[in-house]
Design a protein around this ligand. Structure first.
Ligand code: ZN
Ligand code: ZN
Length: 174
């Protein structure tokens, strides 16, 4: 049985939000070879959800839960985009409250964790985000570079627009 594809989190397996590990899923009660390991905002403590129950919305429905806080999402054009993101998409693990960026009226795909090396590769596209990050932390852009490096204090989260391909960047502190 092939893994479901998540448009807003296409690298979930590679990034470890979905692990190749046996589980008995608390939603479908089936024994599965893959298990979700990421944020799940529900009243109950829930573990062992399989990716299929994320994809079809049954995990969120059964536990009245969300994979991403809707208050920490940028604006999009359609309500259905928000529903797909918060109810049917694996989250990513941020150091602080995860923020989901948007572009072209839709949510971006979360691509990877990023240090300065990764950011630099797309620096021209990320200029606006870099400027707003340096402003929100009250530090000069030149210093940001150091803070993003591995010994540094900032963690970057790289997104990519599903429509125009532009990259976007979110950052928080470790
Ligand atoms: Zn399941
Ligand atoms: Zn775009």
């Amino acid at each position: 049985m092939s893994l479901p594809v998540f448009k807003y989190n296409p690298n979930a397996l590679r990034l470890g939000f979905i692990k190749h590990e046996k589980t008995v899923c608390p939603v479908c009660k089936k024994e599965r070879e893959y298990v979700y390991d990421g944020p799940f905002y529900s009243e109950e403590e829930v573990e062992g959800i399989c990716p299929w129950c994320i994809k079809n919305g049954s995990a969120a429905r059964q536990f009245d839960a969300e994979f991403q806080d809707p208050a920490s999402c940028e604006d999009v054009d359609k309500e259905e985009y928000l529903e797909e993101l918060i109810f049917r998409t694996p989250g990513y693990a941020g150091s602080q409250q995860e923020c989901w960026l948007s572009h072209c009226g839709d949510f971006c795909a979360f691509i990877q964790y990023a240090d300065w090396k990764d950011i630099e590769r797309h620096e021209a596209e990320l200029q606006k985000d870099i400027a707003s990050i340096s402003e929100s932390y009250g530090i000069k852009k030149e210093l940001l570079q150091k803070l993003f490096n591995e010994s540094g204090v900032l963690q970057g989260y790289l997104f990519r627009c599903l429509h125009c391909g532009k990259h976007r960047l979110h950052a928080d502190t470790y």
